[in-house]
Design a protein around this ligand. Structure first.
Ligand SMILES: Cc1ncc(COP(=O)(O)O)c(C=O)c1O
Length: 386
């Protein structure tokens, strides 16, 4: 067999840490071990029925051909209306590109903004794919730690800016800590962004999953619309992870370049899925609210459980994650996630993949049923007692 040596650019990236963690649970389950998965960032709710029916209908009506590379106009109009109604921000359909998931949106945004060697600041803890995608496009991800309660520290962001810094990547509500940034902090960050002439990529995939406080889109802060590329998607709010659909919004000249990348890669996401997404936006608000209510209940159950165990965490305001520090309760904190799986059959994601200095943390996803959450808490309590 011929030896295969991957090209150098592939040495820069690794496997998806979150997928790897989930795979471990799958393997154990296949061996008959009873594992509770608190690993993947995937809502356990089924995709709402109207969305599924809309996809069927679109297939039957022949929406099986190429569409506009930028995405169906009808969908871009629905996105535009949705952003206006929910957040009072204005994006015209020609400032939007429909993408194959938010992940592709991140790839496009970083590709369109960053040259070889350019630096992108990523406040940590952060979704691990940001680091890999940044490296893959030839840029340098610069990690800047957040505060004790994962709050953004504008002065630390400013200190890490060099003459190669081109962009700042924000994500709130945040994966893995669930934090939401307040308007005042965002204004302070915006002031730095403007003064240092940076771009902002704002990953707003969890913007509908907010339980306390209010989500402020970054592009709504003073003069930030011209400097911001929003990345969003249908995976989380509409429980459509497997449909692979997202979108980016941004200034027209950036959108034009992003469109070139889409035309030369995926062309566009499947046409019938785009049609189903119109139904998601226009007809499924009650489903989103139902999921948000349920996530809030689950968050509270888990929060109380974690506090009872001795974790000194704050209540996350959004998304569906906790990012506790195992040091609060366990002497071998760096091994907590591993030991919890081995000894208690509860699978979480180790903190090390979310940024440097988070080796003692672990991520819990509470996108699972209340029964499983109760059972996971009881197993964790028992594990800690022994
Ligand atoms: C912060 C963040 N951004 C983007 C994504 C990817 O979303 P999509 O399924 O739309 O590609 C995820 C998925 O876990 C995420 O947590």
């Amino acid at each position: 067999m011929k030896n295969y040596t991957p090209p150098k650019k592939l040495f820069k990236i690794g496997e998806s840490a979150t997928m790897k963690a989930a795979e471990k649970a799958r393997e154990l389950r296949a061996k008959g071990v009873d594992v509770i998965s608190l690993d993947v960032g995937e809502p356990d709710f089924p995709t709402p029925k109207p969305i599924i029916e809309s996809a069927y209908k679109a297939l039957n009506e022949g929406l099986t051909k190429y569409s506009q590379s930028q995405g169906l106009l009808e969908l871009r109009e629905a996105i535009s209306n949705n952003l206006r109604e929910n957040f009072r921000i204005e994006y015209l359909p020609n400032e939007i590109v429909v993408t194959t998931g938010a992940k592709m949106g991140i790839f496009y945004a970083l590709t369109a903004l960053l040259d070889e060697g350019d630096e992108v600041i990523i406040p940590t803890p952060a979704w691990p794919s940001y680091f890999d995608i940044a490296k893959f496009v030839g840029a340098v991800p610069v990690q800047v730690r957040t505060g004790e309660n994962f709050e953004l520290l504008p002065e630390d962001i400013e200190e890490s800016i060099t003459n190669r810094t081109k962009a700042l990547l924000l994500n709130y509500p945040n994966n893995p800590a669930g934090v939401l940034y307040d308007k005042r902090t965002l204004e302070n960050v915006a002031e730095i962004v403007e003064r240092k002439e940076l771009w902002v990529v704002s990953d707003e995939i969890y913007c509908r999953l907010v339980y306390d406080g209010e989500f402020t889109p970054f592009s709504k802060i003073n003069r930030m619309k011209d400097r911001t590329i929003i990345v969003n998607g249908f995976s989380k709010a509409y429980s459509m992870t497997g449909w692979r659909l997202g979108y980016i919004c941004g200034p027209k000249d950036v959108v034009k370049e992003i469109l070139k990348v889409q035309q030369q890669t995926t062309t566009h996401p499947p046409t019938f899925i785009q049609k189903a997404a119109v139904t998601a936006l226009n007809e499924c608000e009650s489903y989103v609210r139902g999921m948000v209510n349920e996530f809030k209940i689950r968050r509270d159950i888990f929060y109380n459980g974690l506090r009872r165990m001795g974790f000194k965490i704050q209540k996350p305001q959004g998304a569906f994650y906790f990012f506790p520090n195992a040091e609060d309760v366990y002497s071998e904190a760096e091994k907590f996630s591993e030991h919890l799986l081995e000894k208690a059959g509860v699978n979480t994601t180790p903190g090390s993949s979310f940024g440097m200095g988070y080796e003692k943390h672990f991520r819990i996803s509470y996108a699972t049923s209340r029964e499983k959450i109760e059972e996971a808490i009881s197993r964790m309590e028992k594990f800690l007692k022994t």
